[in-house]
Design a binder for this molecule. Structure first.
Ligand SMILES: Nc1ncnc2c1ncn2[C@@H]1O[C@H](COP(=O)(O)OP(=O)(O)O)[C@@H](O)[C@H]1O
Ligand SMILES: [Mg+2]
Length: 252
């Protein structure tokens, strides 16, 4: 199963993605985490890894990608990077971060000021996920950039289930309406993961959202917060995350 995690900036997307990955690894899954957020440099630390070289570089870098796209688009063609379907074993090992049974693949990172837009990264994320075949006892978790631009680039198409992380802010609730609308349009299963809630904020959020769609409500957690501050590996066993994995397993 391929699970995509999205939401507003700072809502806890990478945290939830990392916690999910660790829980699934404990359950015996071979896990691939796909970092498709080109401007964030935190996920690898939450997984306790070094940032690997990017898939974009494997395919010749961003300039090369842009030039291929520029050539193909006026002719109405799609660029073709993959000659055949890939499984987890086909990803070149030098481009993976690795710890225990979790691998990390970064699509691309913005390295320099004035590098131009992130479109090639979105295009590559989409092509990679569309082309990736996942076997039983393998799990792919995709961490996305803030907002909903990745929907526009079709990154969700190659995924089976969407988790939208909502922190207790008005902005998150507004964004969740948009995400619901889009996910229905593209016919994908969507669940909300409330994050950093206490009893009061959880109650207030439950009142505004369709209860059936809320998968779990993850409380504010001091150890997660401190690990975030120190840029350290998060290694928390959280019951709500276990419940979330139960739900994903039931959907698989
Ligand atoms: N449940 C939680 N309890 C405490 N701190 C959290 C929780 N979820 C996320 N955080 C903290 O919030 C910050 C933003 O989280 P992050 O996962 O990087 O957000 P995003 O990927 O959505 O931008 C991090 O410092 C992280 O440690
Ligand atoms: Mg993030």
């Amino acid at each position: 199963m391929k699970t995509l995690v999205c939401g507003k900036g700072g809502s806890g997307k990478s945290t939830i993605a990392a916690l999910l990955a660790k829980s699934m690894a404990r359950r015996g899954y071979r896990v691939l985490v796909v970092d498709s957020d080109e401007s964030n440099y935190g996920l690898h630390r939450q997984l306790g890894m070094e940032l690997p070289d990017t898939l974009m570089n494997f395919f010749g870098g961003k300039k090369e990608m842009i030039s291929k796209m520029m050539k193909a688009f006026p002719k109405g063609e799609q660029i073709k990077l993959f000659e055949r379907k890939w499984g987890l074993d086909d990803i070149p090992e030098e481009y993976l971060g690795q710890k225990n049974s979790i691998s990390l693949l970064a699509i691309g990172k913005i390295q320099d000021f004035g590098e131009g837009c992130a479109c090639p990264m979105g295009a590559l994320a989409k092509m990679f996920l569309d082309n990736l075949e996942v076997k039983e006892k393998e799990a792919v978790i995709v961490d996305t950039e803030a907002g909903i631009e990745h929907f526009g680039r079709g990154v969700e198409q190659g995924c089976d289930i969407i988790l939208a992380v909502l922190d207790p802010t008005h902005e998150s609730l507004q964004l969740s309406k948009k995400i619901l609308e889009i996910s229905q349009k593209i016919n994908k299963d969507l669940y909300f993961v409330l994050n950093r809630v206490d009893d009061d904020s959880k109650e207030a959020m439950l009142r505004t959202r369709d209860k059936d769609r809320i998968a779990v409500a993850v409380p504010e957690n001091k150890s997660i917060f401190m690990a975030g501050l120190a840029g350290e590996d998060i290694d928390e066993h959280i019951q709500e995350i276990e419940n979330l994995v139960d739900l994903l397993e039931a959907k698989a």
